[in-house]
Design a protein around this ligand. Structure first.
Ligand code: NAD
Length: 414
């Protein structure tokens, strides 16, 4: 079974458990375990050498009972339909947990941006928007950045959509540059949200933030900003890693120096000799472990050796279902991905609201509102975890799926 199908099947398994625990029917499970729409597109692009290459792209819309769908577009060679489907379901859950008026969506193109020129990337971004334009829009489905897409790509996509519709449409996409209607705080939103989750989890375990020892796997957009926020808040970041390996210093790492020296792909450990493997890093003693890199890092094989009492999942899908069970039995407080990494979509929502109003907020306003929504999300999930005696992941799914199911019920769909 492919890893992506596996991710989709485990997501569907927990959705079913969550809806059953909440008392919904089999028909509701049937409706919500798959996206309502998945579009596959073929995009012919003239490359710089004058040849034509045809790219495959996807857009999945999980469920629009609550409101328009929302979610990023990923550019990566490994993009495939099952992955896009699973990611669209996770987006629905994130939106439900932090109570946004959206359902989940996700898109992707099979390509390798590292092998493409700036102009080829522009043509591909515009071609993708032309291919999906009937399905998307500011009150239908709102894309955003994801793996290997950025504010420049969002700007091209917004421009293309505005040309097709013949009016300026900043609310079509989020994660734009500030001058095109982007929001302050969008770039650091995921890491800020994770910081708020760490704070909440530490309070539940009566561990002070000052001096708390943090290990972060991954030093990209999410991991590196998080390291900086943790360091600035007085925590001790004792471990970080990238695709090449991990750095572990019990006395604390010099985060500003590492940030200065990391490259644009989030790698820095190659500059050091005394590194360890990612696998070893995850098992080091610390107060908080944050997987912020890729999927399936904590599994049945290593879960018993993880020594952190708190795990906060900045990455999507870093812990398998079996590992979640082992960690929960051991009393580890696990803040699951669909809650922990929701900061990005919260500030995307703020960007869309600001675009719709034509009135822009300060960074301080964005942070204050993000803090409030993330704290509320944590409290709701934690309460379900305690009162219904379910693990934090199932609790998060129960909170995340409820609004969508209620909206579908009121609409008379099920
Ligand atoms: P990124 O590409 O900026 O950084 C990824 C980091 O992980 C890099 O340091 C890279 O070297 C490291 N890495 C890659 N492969 C690895 C491997 N096999 N082992 C160990 N490390 C590896 O990505 P990002 O935007 O920081 O996203 C990281 C995770 O967080 C992903 O799972 C992503 O889906 C999730 N996430 C990110 C955001 C966001 O706003 N950036 C939002 C929600 C979720």
């Amino acid at each position: 079974m492919s890893e992506n199908l596996n991710v989709l099947l485990s997501t569907q398994y927990i959705i079913e458990q969550a809806l059953t625990k909440l008392g919904y029917s089999a028909a509701m499970v049937d409706l919500l375990k798959e996206p309502m729409r998945v579009l596959t597109v073929r995009i012919p692009i003239r490359m710089d050498d004058d040849t034509v290459k045809v790219f495959t792209g996807y857009r999945a819309q999980h469920n629009d009972a609550v409101g328009p769908t929302k979610g990023g577009v990923r550019f990566h060679p490994d993009v495939n339909e099952d992955e896009v489907k699973a990611l669209s379901i996770w987006m629905s859950l994130k939106c439900g947990i932090v109570d946004l008026p959206y359902g989940g969506g996700k898109g992707g193109i099979i390509c390798d941006p590292r092998q493409m020129s700036f102009r080829e990337l522009e043509r591909l971004s515009r071609g993708y928007v032309r291919a999906i334009s009937q399905l998307v829009g500011p009150s239908k489905d709102i894309p955003a950045p994801d793996v290997m897409t950025n504010s420049q790509i969002m700007a091209w996509m917004m421009d293309e959509y505005s040309r097709i519709r013949e009016f300026d449409s900043p609310g079509f996409i989020t994660g734009k540059p500030i001058v095109l209607g982007g929001s302050h705080g969008r770039e650091t939103a995921t890491a800020k949200g994770v910081t708020i989750m760490i704070d909440q989890a530490l309070k539940k375990r009566n561990i002070p933030l000052q001096g708390a020892r943090v290990v972060i796997q991954g030093f990209g957009n999410a991991g590196s900003y998080l390291a900086k926020f943790m360091h600035d808040a007085g925590a001790k970041v004792i471990g970080i890693s990238d695709v090449y390996g991990g750095l572990y210093r019990p006395e604390g790492l010099d985060i500003d120096d590492l940030l200065d020296r990391r490259d644009s792909f989030g790698t820095v450990t190659k500059l050091f000799k005394d590194t360890m493997t990612n696998k070893e890093l995850l098992e080091q003693e610390c107060d908080i472990l944050v997987p912020a890199a890729i999927e399936n890092q904590i599994t049945e094989e290593n879960a018993a050796r993880i020594r952190a009492p708190i795990i906060v999942e900045a990455a999507n899908g870093p812990t398998t279902l079996e590992a979640t069970r082992i960690l929960t039995e051991r009393g580890v407080l696990l803040v699951p991905d669909v809650l922990a990494s929701a900061g990005g979509v919260v500030v995307s929502y703020f960007e869309w609201v600001q675009n719709n109003q034509g009135y822009y907020w300060t960074e301080a306003e964005v942070h204050a509102r993000l803090q409030e929504m993330m704290e509320k999300g944590f409290e709701n999930v934690y309460n379900v975890h305690m009162t219904r005696n379910v693990d934090m992941r199932l609790a998060a799914y129960m909170v995340g799926v409820r609004k969508m199911a209620e909206a579908a019920r009121f609409r008379g769909w099920v």
